[in-house]
Design a protein around this ligand. Structure first.
Ligand code: IMP
Ligand code: MG
Length: 181
């Protein structure tokens, strides 16, 4: 099902200023919680979290190292046992405090899988920071330690989030309004 080129109307949901303000608040909260930590590793879940991640970590005062992790899932939606690792992290996280940075939590399967994996690898702690929480779509419980905004079930793009790999570079987050036939 090919989407029409450049034909989507995008309604702004969260503008640049609103996002920036919330990112600063989240960074302050994370700094307060990790004060004194020497072993923090911040991990971006690619590709959707890339802009959120770079904005967030540049605001943090806590010394940290960064790494990247990428998953894929088969089928149209994420389901149990269907999350595959596409790119693993380089760093060892054994004994380290880990903060996982994700764009959006939908069903929860992606983050549930990564959280379990990183705990299995011996991280001292694994915290989750998600810019968007589609709470009503949750199928499996994931504890979000730092949550940017709670949104409804609508499909959103921009600030890293895509629709068929498009719209990631929009500086704001918007709702894709599907054209009526
Ligand atoms: P989950 O495993 O269902 O929680 O899947 C989360 C992933 O689905 C996110 O990392 C996104 O890549 C993708 N996703 C879920 N909802 C949206 C959306 O509204 N816009 C863009 N991507 C989304
Ligand atoms: Mg993602």
């Amino acid at each position: 099902m090919e989407s029409q080129k450049d034909s989507h109307r995008i309604r702004v949901l969260l503008d640049e200023q609103t996002i920036a303000k919330r990112v600063h608040e989240l960074a302050a909260q994370i700094d307060a919680d990790f004060a004194g930590s020497e072993d923090l590793v911040a991990i971006s879940v690619l590709k959707g979290s890339v802009f959120f991640f770079t904005d967030l970590v540049r605001r943090l005062q806590t010394p940290l190292r960064i790494d990247f992790f990428q998953t894929t899932s088969y089928g149209s939606g994420t389901t149990a046992g269907e999350v595959r690792i596409k790119r693993d992290i380089d760093l060892s996280i054994r004994g380290k405090d880990v903060i996982l940075v994700e764009d959006i939590i939908d069903t929860g399967w992606t983050l549930r899988t990564i959280l379990d994996l990183f705990r299995f690898r011996g991280a001292r702690s694994v915290k989750l920071c998600a810019l968007l929480d589609k709470h009503e779509s949750r199928e499996v419980e994931v504890p979000i330690d730092y949550s940017g905004f709670r949104i409804g079930k609508e499909f959103v793009v921009g600030y890293g989030l895509d629709f068929n790999e498009r719209y990631r570079n929009l500086p704001y987050i918007g709702v894709v309004e599907m054209a009526e036939k």
